[in-house]
Write a protein that binds this ligand. Structure first.
Ligand code: 6LW
Length: 487
């Protein structure tokens, strides 16, 4: 059974990295080609998370050139608290490589990037040896180099420290911790697809030599009949009561075979205990979490409606490669979001959900889209006097259905319904119905499309679905946007 708690961060929230300061937990995820980049979330219990900002929210911090492909951009951060400051190290694979940003307030602002020309490879980790203050940077592969995190200067050439289990591909996502008498090196391996896994090794120094855990991999769902797959890329954190927890990514494939996941890689939580030999034992994922040992505060559910009345756009709204205030603003028409040549969306976080918007397309063309990437998207689009459903799947582009409507604002709606019922090898993961809603609430469906074409298994890459508003021509205004979870 899927735990009612996991995933703790549903939707496209991959490569979680977590740290704790007092009673507060902070978590960062990869954001790839989207701007603003690196969502930053806060929690008091590791279960309920609120996005308090984005680490890279100024164009000067995150350069995503116009040609940045899907799943380019910003990969796999490590978030740590050290010496009174938050440190985040990350890679921009589309330009700039590895860099560090810091802050005293994780809600921002974060510093400008400090480039790390001597750090090569993705998935950088930062760890400090509190005995002598040395900072170690470890990257996928697995290689390590000593680093001055204040200047970005590295000392010597990177050296290999452990390459994971024999024969396993893609040793990556290293995180190094000093726990009691050992240095532990946590690693993802097997690739981020169905073979994904988490392994661990330990040694007497930050550079090893590392001895692998005899029970590796300590987490994997490869080859088992389970609704959650691809589990890997983990980070560890200790709670104030001394208990240990793991955050990790996983996916929830739907439909028949081979299974399609549409929400991207999501963040899950699992309890960790230590065995008598000092190795971690990770609860089954998903886990029925034991009763939480400290007070819960109310779950941060997404607002059902964004009225676009707030001075600033909610941090959950993201756009591929960047956006300017000329492209997305609520200053032109108060209470409405005005769009020009842009897509702005939020993560689809529920397998079944309904999204609606009231659009005024009298001076342009635009609407509501479900986007896996530029080449995999469905949309319902309004222009003066007409509404059309479009599908883009790879190099195929088609207008699925078109309908004349009265001039004036129109309510566009998409119903996404996950596939349930008897297992059918041919069934897709979900269906998406596009239509318009009349002002008396009646719905007129124009088209229903198979969701498999907006899945990672079809599109490839590392992201998940994002749903939102767009304008292709002229200016389009949206009065409000509703996101209603149905599962
Ligand atoms: C990443 C690697 C991975 O950098 O996928 O799941 C890559 N793990 O560690 C992109 O997120």
């Amino acid at each position: 059974m899927t735990s009612p708690i996991n995933p703790v961060l549903p939707g496209f929230h991959p490569d979680p990295s977590v740290c704790r300061v007092g009673e507060d937990y902070y978590l960062a995820c990869s954001s790839f080609e989207y701007f603003p980049g690196i969502p930053l979330l806060h929690s008091r219990d590791l279960v309920h998370w609120t996005q308090i900002g984005n680490v890279l929210d100024r164009p000067g911090q995150l350069h995503l050139p116009p040609g940045t492909p899907a799943s380019g951009g910003v990969y796999a951060p490590t978030l740590r608290y050290h010496g009174g400051r938050f440190w985040l190290i990350v890679t921009n694979v589309s330009g700039g490589g590895n860099f560090i940003v810091t802050t005293t307030d994780p809600a921002g602002p974060w510093s400008d990037p400090l480039p790390l020309p001597g750090v090569h490879g993705i998935d950088p980790d930062l760890a400090w040896d509190d005995d002598d203050g040395t900072c170690y940077c470890t990257t996928a592969g697995v290689n390590q180099v000593r680093l001055d995190p204040e200047t970005g200067r590295t000392f010597g050439e990177p050296y290999p420290i452990w390459s994971g289990s024999p024969g396993a591909k893609a040793p990556e996502a290293p995180h190094l911790y000093r726990i009691r008498d050992h240095w532990y090196l946590l690693l993802a391996e097997g690739g981020t697809e169905r073979g994904h896994a988490v392994s661990i090794a330990r040694g007497p120094t930050p550079a090893g030599p590392f001895e692998p855990c005899p029970r590796n991999p300590i987490v994997t769902h490869r080859g088992i009949d389970h609704p959650i797959q691809n589990t890997g890329h983990a980070d560890l954190v200790q709670a104030p009561d001394g208990s240990w927890w793991m955050v990790l990514l996983g996916v929830r494939p739907g439909g028949g075979t081979p299974g399609w996941h549409v929400l991207g890689r999501e963040t899950f939580l699992a309890p960790v205990r230590w065995d008598d030999d000092g190795w971690p034992v990770v609860g089954e994922v998903p886990v029925e979490l034991p009763p939480l040992r400290w007070p819960l505060y109310p779950a941060a559910e997404p607002p059902v409606r964004d009225d676009f009345d707030a001075a600033e756009l909610d941090p959950r709204w993201i756009s591929p490669r960047g956006r300017t205030v000329d492209q997305v603003t609520n200053k032109v028409r108060p209470g409405w979001l005005t769009l020009r040549s842009i897509f702005v969306g939020r993560r689809q976080q529920h397998r079944s959900c309904r999204v609606r918007t009231k659009i005024d397309a009298a001076a342009g063309t635009g609407g509501l889209a479900v986007r896996l990437d530029d080449r995999h998207r469905y949309s319902i689009e309004a222009s003066e006097g007409a509404v059309a459903v479009h599908a883009v799947v790879g190099t195929l582009r088609t207008v699925v259905e078109k309908m004349a409507v009265q001039p004036g604002p129109v309510v566009l709606r998409i119903d996404i319904v996950e596939t349930t019922g008897d297992w059918d090898p041919l069934a897709g993961p979900d269906s998406l119905t596009f239509g318009i809603e009349f002002f008396d609430g009646t719905f007129c469906a124009l088209a229903t499309l198979d969701g498999r074409y907006l899945s990672t298994e079809v599109a490839g890459g590392f992201t998940g679905r994002v749903i939102g508003l767009y304008a292709t021509q002229g200016t389009v205004h949206a009065d409000w946007f509703d996101y209603e979870p149905l599962s």
